[in-house]
Design a protein around this ligand. Structure first.
Ligand code: TYD
Ligand code: MG
Length: 475
């Protein structure tokens, strides 16, 4: 029998086993055994005694000032939104992870980036483990970017991929290596199937060492699990330099690229693309996507300004409150946290006398964006009230502010930038917490300070927001 190449180690207690099992016999944890290559795990376990370590085996210590390189080189693809999100271009020798659901457009994005980089004189190898060369070629032919000159390798064995990359580098340095996807790659050192935790972790670690040793930037495509995380071990996100998520909403054709970790740039930046017949095109004015038809204001619609990374984006909130049928009224939130919605409904009831007890409530963010900032509270609450009153909010009014449990409006961070974006797009009125009015207000914008949600509703609807004054037939 061949000697086993690998062992299974419990990720909870570190116990080793020759075979995989569902349960760790030592600590009792379930599903915690992960395959590891035998040779390296032995070396990791038992460091040589100090006396036995020869000077020849010692590492090279330098002062930080002596460290070479890092001249700030970045390879720009020219696909502006991508370059922006990675922090101004790909850093040589870095390891990037691009996650996203199947079919969202990861392969398309990276093929376009590869094509652009190639066009800019960089040497790129695109490794496809999921699709045949013909499939990749058919995709390339659809694209507006000329991708037909990009070097392609259809391979899943890591050793072959690394050997190919190394042999290509001998003629001329390989700048970027794209692996589509990390879940299809396997090393023959481990027995586990491609995509399992041990394989993904080991392959990613080897690719990282390759990137650091050669200066080739490696881009990994990763699938996401149902929970939204990148499939495979969490350690994958720890070892890479940059984590990007490519997201979209159901049937909509726009896609958002978001950095959630970036050693070479800021996080939470977004880049917005639209998927068309000939691939992805950058959307330069993201606000246009998240605003509905603003010509004919309807009730139940309100606009706020969110910050997506450093970028202010105007977003429309839509709400509909309708008489409930039998049973418990429904609360349906899309793009809004449902607990936040429940909280706002309670605050409206208690602090502004607007009861939703008999009403079904639907709340939605136009364009499929997910609202993470509580800044959207004021817009959500006024949209709800507007739907109950059936009175539209002026289409050029901007609503900003978190609402506290006491019904008070809280000041907004980075308010100047949000107001500047609204003014740029032609908004004329902004409603926000009195305490948070900035000293400098963009010209063309009137800023109204309010203290509470009740006062805000009175100001907007010129009426009392008390239940007794609600239009007949609603409550
Ligand atoms: P793909 O890049 O294969 O997604 P992923 O790698 O994330 O699984 O993109 C798949 C979808 O994109 C597919 O449904 C077809 C669509 N698409 C377009 O709409 N236009 C295009 O030009 C291309 C290449 C793909
Ligand atoms: Mg793909």
């Amino acid at each position: 029998m061949a000697k086993a190449k690998s062992i299974y180690r419990c990720s909870e207690c570190g116990a080793d086993y020759p075979k995989w099992a569902g349960k760790c016999e030592t600590c009792g944890a379930w599903n915690s055994l992960v395959e590891e290559p035998l040779a390296r795990s032995d070396a990791r376990r038992a460091p040589a005694p100090a006396a036995a370590r020869s000077a020849a085996g010692a590492g090279a210590v330098v002062t930080l000032g002596e460290v070479q390189g890092g001249d700030g080189t970045r390879w720009r693809s020219g696909l502006g939104e991508f370059d922006f999100v990675v922090g101004g271009g790909i850093v040589p020798g870095s390891l990037l992870l691009v996650g996203g659901e199947p079919g969202i457009g990861k392969s398309t994005l990276l093929l376009q980036v590869a094509a652009r980089l190639h066009g800019a004189g960089r040497r790129v190898l695109y490794v496809s483990g999921e699709e045949s060369p013909l499939q990749v070629r058919l995709r390339a032919e659809r694209l507006a970017d000329r991708a037909t000159d990009v070097l392609l390798l259809a391979e899943t064995e890591l050793e072959t991929i690394l050997a190919t990359a190394a042999s290509l580098s001998r003629e001329r340095a390989l700048d970027v290596l794209v692996i589509d996807s990390i879940q299809t790659v396997f090393t023959s050192e481990l027995e586990g199937a491609p995509g399992n935790v041990g394989q993904v972790r080991e392959c990613a670690a080897r690719l990282m060492r390759f990137a650091k040793a050669t200066g080739t930037a490696v881009v990994l495509v990763g699938h996401v699990t149902k929970g939204g995380g990148i499939a495979g071990p969490k350690t994958l996100e720890h070892i890479v330099d940059t984590v990007l998520y490519f997201e979209g909403e159901g049937t909509l054709d726009h896609r958002v690229l978001r950095a959630t970790k970036n050693r070479f740039g800021s996080v939470d930046e977004i880049g917005v693309f639209r998927m068309g017949q000939d691939g992805l095109a950058a959307v330069e004015n993201p606000s246009s996507l998240f605003l509905g038809d603003r010509d004919a204001p309807a009730s139940g619609s309100a606009v706020t300004a969110l910050l997506e990374g450093s970028r202010p984006v105007l977003v429309e909130v839509q709400a509909l409150a309708a008489r409930a049928g039998f049973g418990t009224p429904q609360r349906v939130a899309t793009g809004v946290d449902s607990k936040r919605l429940a909280l706002l409904l309670a605050v409206l009831d208690k602090r502004a006398g607007l009861s939703f007890a008999q009403l079904d409530v639907f709340c939605n963010i136009v364009g499929g964006l997910r609202v993470q900032e509580p800044i959207a509270d004021a817009a959500i609450a006024t949209a709800l009230a507007s739907s109950v009153y059936d009175r539209p909010i002026p289409s050029t009014a901007l609503l900003l502010g978190e609402i506290g449990l006491g019904g008070e409006l809280r000041p907004v961070s980075q308010v100047e930038r949000r107001l500047a974006e609204a003014a740029r797009l032609g908004w004329t009125d902004a409603y926000l917490a009195e305490r948070g009015i900035p000293s400098r207000v963009p010209s063309g914008l009137r800023v109204h300070g309010v203290r509470t949600i009740d006062q805000l509703l009175r100001t907007l609807f010129h009426a009392g927001a008390r239940e007794s004054e609600m239009p007949a037939g609603v409550a």
